[in-house]
Design a protein around this ligand. Structure first.
Ligand code: NAD
Length: 496
């Protein structure tokens, strides 16, 4: 049995709490490793080391920091296959998809190599006679990231690349379901020349997270996960004086207008609905068919379902792997049963899919038609390979549906009408919008974040918002007086 430890002070460190958690290969159903689950004591010692490291690291020159980022980028780019295999083994997603998440994470590292430019402040000469005013941004100190199981590489990279480039020490608490990718990243950071203690991995569950949320030396917490936990992280972290950004769950709608290109819309619904077995926060889980396109669209999606090859993500030619755990697979299956019982038309039932591997946490693709907003398959985030079709009569009804939904992560519109697409961008209450793009994850030089119950806090992740989140501003007002003109003046300073 492989034992997965922490990464503290630039090296692996065995846990001391005596608690461990199981790590499975979801494609075989076997437990392949156990991971240490940190208690408050281990978190405390990790943060103490990070605090010392943060003091040194913030003093490193911008070009030194940038050089480490460049080296890390090269090492990461050269490790894509090896790291993808680790992700596939513990998460289950297919190798190409794992490589895809690493590529998107790599973009964040590339963005962060530009830190000398990103940390620039502003300067106002002669704000008053002989007085200059300028702003600078400085790192926060020790910051923490708490990440979900579904992107074990990309989401940690969303956070750590920016946080570290900005001069902070970063403590990562990855998902206990697939922790090995984080330790792989830790080794790369070390090889890239990052000083010990600037990147730390503390494995664990709620106990470790709570220790971080309440620790006086953690200045900020960046979180990605489900909405109830995001809300808890935001409330607890801010109550303890921390800056918090907490990204939550999603229920992403794809609106298909009657003039949409049918094949492109059906392909997109399949790719975005069933990719990574629906375990993506930007997955499309609801297709809103407007008007007469509904029947042909459902037929076109149904016709494509047999093309989705399900199996072990490590095998060639497989499109969709298993779900993360037996418990989660059973929960998703329960939603399909509830959808059928509540009146949805079951076009394809993943519980009855033929040819699924006997072992492992597999479920076939499910397509539910005539779903209505009261059904639990509509109200809840299922996070599995279940696509719901909601039929509406007009564009206005479609937008109302999206805007009434509790979540507001991503959404997409499929149409050939540029005016309708532009109106949708204006009308819709969601943080990320796709126009004929089903998964509109912003490139690294923009920022990622949803609205409503998909995000607690006011700053999005990575890109310009990431730099802002992991730094704080300081404004300097400066005068270099001519000693000959110095005089006492008890009045309030004025600029005119
Ligand atoms: P999760 O909320 O169960 O866990 C996320 C992290 O929180 C993990 O590190 C976990 O150990 C920790 N955690 C879990 N319960 C906790 C508790 N009670 N107290 C403190 N910490 C706790 O999420 P998950 O199942 O790992 O990931 C899937 C969820 O993440 C989905 O809801 C998905 O939509 C969401 N997600 C959102 C985004 C986004 O950008 N908005 C991206 C990826 C995933």
């Amino acid at each position: 049995m492989i034992h997965i430890a922490h990464w503290i002070g630039g090296a692996e460190r065995a846990g001391e709490s005596g608690r461990v958690g199981p790590v499975f290969n979801p494609a075989t159903g076997e437990q392949i490793a156990e991971v240490d689950l940190a208690g408050a004591g281990e978190v405390d010692s990790a943060v103490a080391i990070a605090k010392r490291a943060a003091k040194q690291w913030r003093a490193a020159s911008l070009s030194k920091r940038s050089a480490v980022l460049f080296k890390f980028r090269e090492l990461l780019a050269a490790s894509v296959d090896e790291l993808a295999a680790i992700v596939t083994t513990e998460h289950g997603k297919v190798l190409a998809d794992a490589a895809g998440e690493i590529a998107r994470g790599l973009e964040n590292v590339e963005f962060a190599t530009g830190i000398p430019h990103l940390m620039k402040g502003s300067f106002s000469e002669q704000a008053a006679a002989g007085v200059d005013v300028y702003s600078i941004r400085q790192p926060l100190g020790v910051v923490a990231g708490v990440t979900p199981f579904n992107f074990p590489t990309m989401v940690p990279l969303w956070m750590c690349a920016t946080a570290i480039a900005a001069g902070n020490a970063f403590v990562l608490k990855p998902s206990e379901k697939d922790p090995s990718a984080s330790l792989f990243l830790a080794r790369l950071w070390k090889e890239a020349g990052l000083p010990e203690g600037v990147f730390t991995v503390v494995n664990g569950d709620k106990e470790a997270v709570d220790a971080l949320l309440t620790h006086p030396d953690i200045a900020a917490v960046s979180f990605v996960g489900s909405t109830p936990i995001a809300k808890y992280i935001y409330e607890t972290g801010t109550a303890h004086g921390k800056r918090v950004q907490a990204l939550g769950g999603a229920k992403n709608h794809m609106i298909v207008l009657p003039d949409a290109e049918l094949d492109a819309a059906a392909d997109a619904a399949i790719s975005a609905g069933y990719g990574a077995a629906g375990e993506r926060c930007m997955a499309i889980s609801v297709v809103v068919a407007v008007g007469e396109i509904a029947d042909p669209l459902v037929e076109a999606i149904k016709a494509r379902l047999p093309k989705v090859k399900i199996g072990n993500g490590a095998d060639a030619g497989v499109d969709m792997g298993p779900l993360i755990s037996a418990q989660h697979r059973d929960k998703v299956a329960g939603y399909i049963a509830a959808g059928a019982a509540q009146g949805a038309t079951v076009v394809a039932d993943g519980r009855k899919a033929e040819g699924l591997p006997a072992e492992g946490f597999f479920l076939g693709t499910t397509l539910l038609d005539n779903v209505t907003p009261e059904m639990t398959v509509y109200t809840d985030e299922i996070f599995g390979p279940v696509l719901s079709i909601v039929r509406v009569g007009t564009y206005a009804e479609a937008v109302q549906l999206v805007n009434d939904n509790e979540y507001g992560n991503g959404t997409a519109i499929f149409t050939r009408d540029g005016g309708a697409a532009r109106q949708f961008q204006f009308d819709v209450d969601a943080g990320m919008v796709g126009v004929n793009v089903p998964i509109p994850v912003p490139v690294a030089y923009y920022s990622f974040g949803g609205w409503k119950a998909s995000l607690f806090g006011d700053s999005h992740m990575y890109g310009p918002d990431g730099i802002h989140f992991f730094t704080r501003g300081k404004v300097v007002t400066s005068r270099w007086p001519d000693p000959g003109t110095s005089a006492i003046d008890l009045g309030f300073p004025q600029t005119r």
